[in-house]
Design a protein around this ligand. Sequence first.
Ligand SMILES: Nc1ncnc2c1ncn2[C@@H]1O[C@H](COP(=O)(O)OP(=O)(O)O)[C@@H](O)[C@H]1O
Ligand SMILES: [Mg+2]
Length: 365
Amino acid sequence: MGDKRVARGRRPELVDDAPGGAASAPPSSFVEVRDLRIHFPTDDGIVKSVDGLSFALERGRTLGIVGESGSGKSVTSLGILGLHNRRNARVSGEIWVGGTDIVGADPETVRKLRGRTMSMIFQDPLSSMHPFYTVGKQIVEAYRVHNDVSKQVARKHAIDMLGRVGIPNPAKRVDDYPHQFSGGMRQRAMIAMALSCDPELLIADEPTTALDVTVQAQILDLLRDLQQEFNSAIIMITHDLGVVAELSDDILVMYGGRAVEYASVDDAFHRPLHPYTWGLLGSMPRLDRERTARLNPIKGSPPSLINVPQGCAFNPRCAFRDLNDGRSETERPELVELEPGHQAACHLPLDKRRELWESEIRPKL
Ligand SMILES: Nc1ncnc2c1ncn2[C@@H]1O[C@H](COP(=O)(O)OP(=O)(O)O)[C@@H](O)[C@H]1O
Ligand SMILES: [Mg+2]
């Protein structure tokens, strides 16, 4: 039979393309994404924004999805919310959230899950908040869609939520319009809105990218506290490894619409097994260093998602591509489990990678 790799621990089984769409086993985790593909037909060709992604997440835990701009992170998050299903996208695979497969479910079921079971915070609150309605009214409306309560009760709840996310004087600010809030306060208000229905899954797509470092740290603290209180599962999406370092339990590194490394935070930071992850670590600002410490961005740019190169998508930028006998030019490396709970997709011999990490990469970080 096929060459099935069984991932241990919390991570889902990686399944080969199942011919004939054989029925798959029910999920064992709260969130389980299996072989997700989201492709967009365009005039220039098919954009393979997400091309075979699998991961799993339990309530009360956080998965960080990291990768450069254009790696498919936002398309993945909108896919989980079911927002591509009715659009021009071709979606295949499975997205299980609390026992429902979002890909296969009817639009009404998905609409009900959105807001109640899962909700999202975006980088730019102005794009998800309506400029003409007060912040309070928007939270009230969002709450009443899923809860059969009076406007008074919903308003009390809105004030309570604004207070919980650290907005001073919430009973007064509830009647402000979004533009009357500062960037950081607006981000808090959006978090209040996203959490008003007590979602079991919260997806945060670059939630702090537009904020300065101090406010960023406050928002991340807030998310951590709220997660404990609500026991929500969080998917934290960011291009910045630093943001996920403290908050996440697991990290999924995306490149060109696929996962290149999937590991616990500890493994991803201390024993990473993919040259792209090494590059991301090298390009992270270091708070414990002099201001003069230079960042080393990864040279080159991410692949086109229309004409994805044969072989390893990272190969053209990989500093170690000469070490894998030309395989990376022709053969796409699959994500394989190399250590319990630690997966990576790379043709370099594992011993060589471990040696490079210890002797060349880590000492320079
Ligand atoms: N509706 C769409 N039609 C065509 N291409 C799209 C669409 N949405 C996203 N893409 C493309 O998919 C790729 C991944 O985008 P995205 O998920 O937004 O990346 P990021 O990792 O920066 O969040 C990009 O190349 C983007 O241009
Ligand atoms: Mg994005």
